[in-house]
Design a protein around this ligand. Structure first.
Ligand code: HEC
Ligand code: HEC
Length: 259
């Protein structure tokens, strides 16, 4: 099954999938009613949780476990991302982006609405410090040639076409860099390709200069398939800690990663 159709089969459809798969759009319109209802039910369920404002961090984070795992380790769902161990600055940037609706996924937008920065900082620090056991790696369902192409782009980029090596910023171990570059291990292929689509089409943005918008814009659809397949087949290392700030010579500047 292709990454794109797996994205389309999810019961809770994230906005990122819309931009990742152009071919899905027609099918998505037909499914619109079902999606609307699903979103409504999810929102309702979480509205119940948030009716009484929880006054502890643990209580607030219980609402996250169904999608991100008890320890932020992720779940089997093709789209829900792992959170544990990502740099706190990166997690904070995402929480703020969801709260302020610069990054869109309705259940998360509702859950984080109106939360003050100080509270989001606590959540980011908490998730960043978690070290759950690594999940088993997934087996990519693409050909060895496509996997090799993905590995080459991640490690070396494609200089002739202006594609920088992903490892130049995400680290050779792909565990990210403090304070705000995330690791790329332990994520599902559908999630990775949807995020690259969202950066490319501007439905996910970061502080200017928005390096990921440029990087994603330099990739073809087949590059995205290859990179997502290879990255998702990488095992999560026993220590997924990001490398220290400033330890990588980034190939271009990123507004979200102060040097
Ligand atoms: C209904 C499922 C669901 C719930 C509940 C949920 N999330 Fe999410 N979360 C997602 C999805 C899906 C994404 C990716 C959305 C996108 O970009 O389209 C996401 C993304 C994130 C990200 C960004 C991850 C990254 O690597 O960029 C953070 C941080 C996050 N969630 C934290 C939380 C916290 C904290 C809670 C609880 C307060 C929570 N989530 C509850 C589904 C959920
Ligand atoms: C110049 C530095 C740089 C390069 C090169 C780079 N990235 Fe990124 N990447 C970032 C930054 C910074 C972020 C965080 C953006 C944000 O805050 O939303 C990011 C975020 C991401 C995310 C989102 C992760 C998540 O958990 O949601 C993905 C996926 C990603 N990059 C993939 C890639 C791929 C694939 C390549 C190579 C083709 C690449 N990146 C090259 C800096 C870079």
């Amino acid at each position: 099954m292709s990454q794109r159709s797996r994205c389309g089969d999810m019961s809770i459809r994230p906005s990122g999938c819309r931009v990742a798969g152009y071919a899905l759009i027609g099918r998505m319109r037909r499914l619109g009613l079902v999606i609307g209802l699903t979103n409504l039910l999810v929102s309702f369920a979480f509205a119940q949780v948030t009716d009484r404002p929880p006054d502890t961090l643990e209580a607030r984070l219980r609402a996250c476990a169904a999608c991100h795992g008890e320890q932020g380790q992720g779940t089997d769902n093709d789209y829900f991302p792992r959170l544990a161990g990502k740099p706190a600055g990166y997690l904070m940037n995402q929480l703020v982006a969801f709260r302020d609706a610069r990054r869109r996924y309705p259940p998360m937008n509702y859950l984080l609405e109106y939360l003050p920065d100080s509270y989001l900082h606590q959540i980011a620090d908490y998730l960043s410090a978690l070290r759950p056991p690594p999940p088993p790696p997934t087996i990519a369902d693409v050909s060895p040639a496509i996997l090799a192409r993905g590995q080459a782009i991640v490690a070396k980029g494609d200089p002739a076409r202006g594609v920088p090596a992903c490892s130049g910023c995400h680290g050779t171990g792909l565990t990210g860099m403090e304070p705000a570059i995330p690791g790329l291990v332990g994520l599902h292929a559908s999630y990775i390709s949807a995020q690259l689509g969202a950066f490319r089409y501007g439905t996910r943005t970061a502080a200017a200069p928005d390096c990921m918008q440029l990087v994603a814009g330099s990739l073809t659809e087949s590059d995205v398939t290859a990179v997502a397949a290879w990255l998702s087949s990488r095992p999560v290392p026993a220590d997924p800690s990001p490398v220290p700030r400033g330890s990588l010579a980034m190939p271009m500047a990123c507004g979200s990663e102060p040097n």
